[in-house]
Design a protein around this ligand. Structure first.
Ligand SMILES: NC(=O)C1=CN([C@@H]2O[C@H](COP(=O)(O)OP(=O)(O)OC[C@H]3O[C@@H](n4cnc5c(N)ncnc54)[C@H](OP(=O)(O)O)[C@@H]3O)[C@@H](O)[C@H]2O)C=CC1
Ligand SMILES: [Mg+2]
Length: 323
């Protein structure tokens, strides 16, 4: 099978999703991400940094045998994608097996995704989030919501079907808008009470049924801070795993510099305020943690969060316009 290039990899994955037999076959040459109760397996490299553990099929079978599990358990994996070399990648939940025995056999440790996500590289964190999202979706969609009967997965895990009602269920994400509002020289950031101390982020909110991106964005800003925005500019998108699969759609927007008085919805937000270019530049350079015991200083979400991209873009824009 010659599968170099993006199109042939994509077509290969398409076939694995649709053809159960081909997908079962692909398990034999697969790479596996393991999760213990949704916590991914990481391994420490020789240089002391953590990486996502990717086990070969033969190693995984060997490990399963060691912890007393039939190697056919591998068939319960879900297809995630494939590497540049067209090696298929799968995720597997091993939460029923002994955690420390597995950690020992795999020379790694299972780390809560909220920590793991920020311990590894950007590409790995996108993959590990996808793996968890797919496992979580399957774990919570075992029954048809029309009939209450069990749903059955296809081999790749790209859908589940209820044979009683005939309904097919596909993995879902919740669309969320996130917007950085600017008044021309300052940008508006907010914090929820549950955020870590000192962290402020761009305004965000779930899209309502039937809304466009633009409508959701206008509504969220009006609801949360009582402002009317204009000049929406799309920036990018991101799958976000916390607390569950969101599909983040990120935009910039402006307000009239004469109408910047915020009126905060205190049920949603603890605070929202305008930050200057100098405050933002300083926060972008700061490591995202407060030393223990110190009063909280202002900081912004880390680079893997699309909020960081918006803030960075705004700062770059300001820098140019100030030259
Ligand atoms: N990657 C990034 O840079 C960032 C990501 N985010 C993510 O964006 C998402 C939304 O942000 P947030 O500002 O809190 O959202 P909202 O402003 O819409 O407010 C959250 C409220 O919406 C309700 N809600 C929860 N889930 C859903 C859903 N699936 N559909 C509709 N309403 C829902 C809940 O209400 P109730 O209290 O009634 O349950 C919740 O309290 C979060 O997942 C957050 O992690 C946010 C900022 C930055
Ligand atoms: Mg919000």
């Amino acid at each position: 099978r010659s599968c170099s290039g993006y199109v042939s990899r994509t077509r290969y994955l398409m076939r694995l999703r649709e053809d159960d037999e081909a997908c079962r076959e692909a398990l034999r040459s697969g790479n596996f991400l393991l999760y213990h109760k949704l916590a991914p397996l990481l391994q420490k490299t020789n240089s002391g940094v953590y990486k996502l553990a990717c086990l070969k099929a033969s190693d995984l079978e060997h490990i399963l045998e060691k912890v007393g599990k039939d190697k056919r358990f591998v068939n319960e994996s879900f297809l995630l994608g494939c590497t540049d070399k067209s090696e298929p990648q799968f995720s597997l939940e091993v939460g029923d097996l002994d955690r420390s025995a597995l950690e020992q056999e795999c020379r790694g440790m299972f780390v809560d995704l909220r920590k793991a996500f920020f311990m590894i590289t950007g590409l790995e964190s996108a993959l590990v989030a996808k793996g968890q999202a797919l496992l979580r979706w399957h774990q919570t969609n075992g029954f048809c919501s029309a009939t209450g009967q069990p749903t059955v997965r296809n081999q790749s895990g790209s859908f589940r079907v209820c044979h009683s009602s005939g309904v097919t269920y596909y993995p879902k994400m919740a669309p969320v808008v996130i917007v950085l509002v600017s008044d021309g020289s300052r940008c508006l950031l907010a914090r929820q009470a549950m955020f870590p101390p000192g962290m402020y982020s761009a305004l965000s909110g779930f899209c309502d049924m039937g809304e466009s991106l633009e409508e959701a964005l206008h509504r969220e800003v009006a609801e949360e801070v009582g402002l009317e925005v204009e000049n929406l500019q799309y920036s990018g998108s991101q799958h976000w795993p916390f607390p569950q699969s969101s599909f983040m759609l990120a935009c910039h927007a402006t307000v009239n510099p004469d109408k910047t008085q915020v009126n905060i919805d205190t049920a949603e937000l603890e605070d929202a305020r305008w930050f200057t270019f100098e405050e933002i530049t300083e926060a972008l350079q700061k490591p995202p943690r407060n030393p223990k015991g110190e009063p909280p200083v202002f900081w912004v979400p880390p680079p893997y969060a699309i909020a960081n991209q918006l803030i960075q873009e705004w700062a770059n824009q300001q820098q140019l316009s100030r030259k």
